[in-house]
Design a protein around this ligand. Structure first.
Ligand code: MSP
Length: 516
């Protein structure tokens, strides 16, 4: 039986159209899911939209549109954007769906039964932009302004339902220290541990229904479930069925650094509380969380007021000119996969495209296949009789790239995949088949060199397939290593086979020259 893997993305607020940040979180999870597919695992990728936010009502009201219509249209815009980026999602959840309401009610009822949710009074600070309650200590540290939009924090006093987060402080610390729940990059773990050690207070998990739309607290229509708590349950709603429950715990939850606290502390604590209920024994903690950094644009932080968001149209323009795979490659290889932020600059895009895709991946393929066409009429030459250093080096690189994928270090996985292509180029420069071929007695030897290079190209294409699924599948098919209806995986990947006639190959990544 295949082992199961479950990858999730944050669910996106539908107050506005998708932008680079949303595409990026989703792309990383898609790459993760595809690396699992390559390892022959059953994979499930969940994405979707977070709809019960006051930001969503405000956006709908500003356009005089019913909030349901606004949310539906925007959810569709997200779904289409992800399809355009070739995201292989298996489900797209909307928090306004009935299946989600049923799940949230059931879970809140369970938490009430264990005493983990109770009615109390909140007095304190609130960040309206982030829809987040802020502790006194944090509010002081932020100088009573939102760390995100810099607007003043608001004073709030309200009767609310609370979640007993304080109960889970020690258990969370123990689990984080024991590596039950892993945060990537690991530098973030220390940050979270330090914050937990500062002390966890119970948190309000409801709002008055007059100010919000959403899912009511069971048997109390005067309160709706706080949007964040409602949203976190989505990860369970989608798979809490007979057929899919085995996917839990999630293999990897991708989030931006701004929402790590919710995923690394509040969500795990809620799961620990739920697990106490009979029948919930399967609710273990997610295995891994990947907290990525932020994109900035041409050196500037992106913001609504600056009008410099890299929206979906701008990204579509790049896709139109360079192909979707090239944009996926740029985002995943130079993006903020780790702790630091990354700059999307046009110049960086062109430099990376030309250096990595045109000059390295594309050129390497065309060079090798060109020689096979010229010297062997396109037929794959015989395999060398003994393994050699080059072959061993490629096997090592391919293994190392697989290991980085398993460690969720997708930028390093890509760097190693590129090294496969560079190593092929160096091997050609070193062995000089184009010179050797001038003596007819070298034909067999040249064949051995090219056979090894073709086999190395197969390794390179497999390693890059999660990032560039269309173009790498095309290359694998051209080499005769993948059937058209197959999705590549290390198990079913055939080696290049002598005698197979390579299909005509188009230039995949033509060098880009800026118009003068
Ligand atoms: N709805 C919540 C998530 C709930 S998950 C249970 C939310 N939505 S969001 O639409 O505001 O943002 C979703 C994701 O986009 C977050 O992971 C956030 O980090 C990411 N990004 C938003 N702007 C970004 C950049 N400029 N760069 C990279 N990612 C950023 O938060």
């Amino acid at each position: 039986m295949k082992s199961a893997s479950y990858f999730t993305t944050p669910i996106y607020y539908v107050n506005d159209a998708p932008h680079i940040g949303h595409i990026f979180s989703t792309l990383l999870a898609d790459i993760g899911a595809r690396t699992a597919q390559l390892e022959n695992q059953e994979k499930f990728l969940l994405t979707g939209t977070d709809e019960h936010s006051t930001k969503v009502i405000e956006a709908a009201q500003a356009r005089e549109t019913p909030v349901e219509t606004w949310a539906r249209n925007n959810a569709e815009a997200f779904r289409q954007a992800f399809k355009a980026f070739n995201i292989g999602f298996d489900d797209f959840i909307r928090t306004s769906e009935p299946r989600h309401k049923v799940n949230v009610h059931r879970r809140i009822e369970q938490l009430m039964a264990t005493g983990d949710v109770y009615l109390g009074k909140y007095v304190g600070w609130y960040d309206a932009g982030q829809e987040e309650y802020v502790s006194d200590a944090k509010a002081k540290q932020y100088e009573y302004k939102s760390p995100i939009n810099k607007k003043p924090l608001l004073q709030r006093t309200e009767q609310n339902y609370f979640f007993r987060l304080s109960r889970y402080q020690e258990q969370l610390l123990a689990l984080l220290n024991a590596g039950e729940l892993n945060i990537h990059p690991t530098s973030r773990t220390a940050e979270i541990i330090a914050r937990i050690q500062d002390g966890l207070s119970d948190i309000p998990i409801s709002r008055h229904s007059s100010e919000a739309w959403g899912i009511n607290i069971p048997d109390d229509s005067s309160h709706v479930v706080y949007v964040w708590v409602d949203a976190l349950f989505n990860y369970l709603t989608a798979i809490d069925t007979e057929e899919l429950r085995h996917l839990w715990p999630a293999t990897l939850q991708v989030v931006g650094k701004d929402i790590l606290w919710f995923h690394a502390v509040i969500w795990p604590a809620m799961l620990l509380a739920l697990k106490k209920v009979e029948g919930n024994e399967w609710l273990d903690l997610p295995r891994n969380i990947l907290a990525h950094g932020f994109w900035i644009h041409e050196g500037e932080k992106m913001s609504k007021s600056m009008g410099n968001f890299l929206g979906i149209e701008a990204l579509h323009r790049y896709c139109g000119e360079f192909g979707v795979d090239s944009v996926r490659f740029f985002l995943a290889s130079t993006g903020p996969v780790g702790a630091s932020d990354s700059d999307f600059s046009h110049l960086r895009f062109i430099e990376s495209y030309n250096a990595n895709l045109a000059n390295t991946v594309g050129n390497c393929f065309n060079r090798i296949i060109g020689m096979v066409n010229r010297y062997f009429d396109g037929a794959i030459p015989a395999k060398p009789t003994i393994a050699n250093e080059f072959h061993n080096k490629i096997t090592e690189l391919s293994q190392a790239s697989r290991e980085k994928a398993q460690a969720f270090q997708y930028d390093k996985m890509i760097a190693l995949a590129l090294t496969i292509f560079r190593t092929i180029d160096q091997h050609v420069n070193f062995t000089e088949p184009y010179k050797l071929i001038k003596q007819p007695e070298n034909l067999v030897h040249v064949g051995y060199i090219l056979h090894d290079c073709l086999e190395a190209l197969r390794h390179g294409a497999l390693a890059l397939w999660p990032v560039m699924p269309d173009s790498m599948a095309e290359l694998l098919q051209n080499l005769g290593c993948l059937d058209a209806e197959q999705s590549p995986c290390f198990d079913n990947s055939r080696s290049v086979s002598p005698g197979y006639r390579i299909k005509e190959t188009r230039v995949l990544f033509p060098r880009y020259q800026e118009a003068p």
